[in-house]
Design a protein. Structure first.
Length: 299
């Protein structure tokens, strides 16, 4: 059975994107992956193509995938030479054989218990033994399996504060989890909008798994004659600021706006950008991620 090896390098003080560019032509390296060494709750790294972040070797590691027979010591020396380094800390290595990758991938997704009354399950796990509400989400290209703090902040608000029958728009819906959860928890008309058609395909699958009636639209096809009682956008801070007019125009007078995908040091920028049209305040936070709340005036 074919076997491979992961060689994990710690390169403190180095820009790992620049490192991968220098190593990309080394034929023995089959692929390179940058991994965050910090727990998800502590990570402040987001992939924003419009505002790229430097990926620092102090917080991230570089994982090289090679054939199992590759001499690790010789490869590390070649990497050291290619990067013109005096030394490289001893690497970690993991040899693994080929496997049923679908089965392995599924094993990574388990029950996410949000409260005593709300949980998230992948479709291959039996929805039994729980007295509360279950949201079934198939992991796919759409952001929102329920594991990230920003998604959980939004879900907790929906569970506690959403009023029965209220309409809800999830702008940047990804997997559809927030709109589907809102419907399960008693919302009226629920709609999700995204620009990623693969994410929308994933949202459509999740709608079927939950027997949901949520409507999902590509942004190019979205033109609602209705405004919404609750508008949620869990994206990135700069994108949220750019969507200000669109989000406000979708709100019912007296309606609620929830903004997430915001790091704590970005909160004031977003609050300032939405002022004076709507006053946004920090509602809750989780591991450095913020949920902002605002209510549109009735007039």
């Amino acid at each position: 059975m074919p076997a491979w090896k992961n060689i994990t390098l710690d390169l403190p003080g180095h820009n790992l994107q620049a490192v991968t560019e220098k190593l990309e032509n080394m034929k023995r390296i089959l692929s390179m992956t940058i991994t965050d060494r910090r727990p998800e709750q502590e990570s402040d790294w987001v992939d924003d193509p419009d505002n790229p972040q430097t990926i620092d070797g102090d917080t991230h590691s570089l994982v090289l995938l090679v054939a199992a027979a590759t001499d690790t010591g010789k490869l590390v020396k070649d990497v050291q030479s290619r990067l013109d380094l005096e030394t490289i800390p001893d690497p970690a290595e993991e040899i693994f054989e080929d496997r049923d990758w679908i089965k392995h991938s599924r094993a990574q997704f388990r029950e996410i218990l949000l409260s005593d009354f709300l949980r998230i399950l992948p479709p291959w796990r039996p929805a039994v033994g729980f007295a509360g509400r279950t949201i079934i989400i198939e992991p796919g290209s759409g952001f929102g399996t329920g594991s990230h703090p920003t998604t959980q902040l939004c879900l907790r608000w929906i569970e506690i504060y959403l009023e029965k029958g209220q309409s809800l728009l999830d702008f940047g819906c990804g997997s559809g989890i927030l709109a589907i959860a809102a419907e399960i928890l008693g919302a009226g008309h629920t709609v999700g909008v995204d620009i990623d058609r693969q994410a929308l395909d994933n949202a459509d699958r999740n709608r079927g798994l939950n027997n949901s009636k949520t409507d999902f639209f590509h942004l190019d096809d979205f033109s609602s004659p209705h405004t919404f009682d609750v508008v949620i956008a869990n994206i990135l801070s700069n994108t949220l600021i750019g969507l200000k007019k669109t989000l406000l125009s979708c709100m019912e007078p007296g309606g609620v706006l929830l903004l997430s995908g915001i790091l704590s040091d970005q909160a004031m920028d977003v609050i300032s950008a939405f002022s004076p049209e709507i006053t946004m305040t920090i509602h809750s936070n989780d591991g450095g991620w913020i949920l902002l709340y605002g209510r549109k005036e009735l007039t």
